[in-house]
Design a protein around this ligand. Structure first.
Ligand code: BV8
Length: 261
């Protein structure tokens, strides 16, 4: 087990694992977007929703009891995501994916994040395990809905919540975010695709996740079935650290570019 801390230099044995990998599986969480300015779930919210934790708001019950507050929180987050840019960690993964794909290999990204920063860095994402901040649907008839880009042009939370639109298809349901809330099942197709890619990988990177949210956080452990090397990239220890073969202690925006030669 190597426990790298301090400078973003990568131990030689980890560098050679990266150089020799042909099929890499990446499992990412909120931490990979932190350096872009997207708050992680562990950070304490401020403003309109400062009384709530992200976990309280990301539930069907919260939407049921205060649809305007939850709708506004998602629109504000979506606007923030659109205002920020992918960081060097997202870009390094996109570059590595291009290199591997070009030489008959693969780099599969399964993300817990609802932002599109991997895509905006130029990467293909295999699975958005918890949905997307740009998707919406009717809470009743499930009809998918396109909403115009949200217009909050400052990081400050809006003073007033706004009501979600009514569904134009069934004219009964409210439009909800196309994300997986706590207590809701994950969509099976992305989950299975992520599981298959992790089982088939010859190297697994676990980047920027506390490993607390199930069942997604169990996916990287599928690599243990075949003894696939598991590398964690995170400034802090996590629920998954003990299962990792290597733990690179630092920010993804520095460590991933150093890992991708
Ligand atoms: C389900 C979309 C069943 C919405 C999200 C008790 C025990 C175990 C499980 C449970 C339990 N009680 C309830 C559950 C189940 C629950 C769960 O896991 N709860 C946890 C909190 C205990 N799970 C569910 O409810 C799931 N559904 O189980 O359904 C079911 C089955 C059939 C029928 C009905 C029901 C659904 C979970 C999905 C919830 N939705 N997102 C939205 O985004 O608003 S989860 C959300 O939180 C994110 O998507 C993300 O996945 C998660 C946060 O996790 P992380 O990504 O890890 O982020 P976090 O902030 O925690 O950590 C950031 C990390 O980055 C830190 O480690 C930090 O050190 C690091 N970092 C910081 N800076 C950097 C960095 N790393 C690198 N570089 C940096 N610069």
């Amino acid at each position: 087990m190597s426990d790298q801390s301090g400078s973003p230099s990568i131990p030689e044995d980890v560098l050679s694992l990266a150089r020799g990998a042909q099929h890499v599986a990446v499992f990412s969480g909120a931490g990979i977007s932190a350096e872009s300015g997207v708050p992680t779930f562990r950070e304490v919210p401020t403003g309109l929703w400062e009384r709530f934790s992200a976990q309280d708001l990301a539930t069907p019950e919260a939407f049921e009891s205060d649809p305007a507050l939850v709708h506004t929180w998602y629109r504000w987050r979506a606007a923030l995501i659109q205002r920020v840019a992918p960081n060097r960690g997202h870009q390094a993964l996109a570059e590595w994916q291009r290199q591997l794909t070009g030489s008959g290999g693969s780099l599969s990204i399964a993300t817990q994040n609802v932002d599109d920063l991997h895509e905006r860095a130029g990467a293909e994402v295999l699975a958005h395990l918890h949905g997307s901040s740009t998707a919406y649907r009717c809470a009743e008839c499930e009809a998918p809905v396109e909403l115009p880009a949200p217009r909050y042009d400052s990081d400050a939370a809006p003073a007033e919540p706004s009501d979600p639109p009514l569904c134009q298809v069934c004219e009964e349901g409210l439009i909800r975010p196309g994300v997986v809330w706590f207590g809701e099942p994950l969509p099976m197709e992305p989950f299975e695709a992520a599981a298959d890619a992790i089982r088939a990988a010859d190297l697994i990177l676990v980047v920027g996740t506390s490993g607390l949210v199930q069942p997604a956080a169990s996916l990287p452990l599928l690599g243990m079935e075949r003894g696939t090397p598991l590398i964690e990239i995170n400034p802090e220890p996590t629920e998954l650290s003990d299962a990792m073969h290597h733990r690179l202690r630092g920010p993804a925006g520095e460590l991933l570019p150093a890992l991708v030669q």
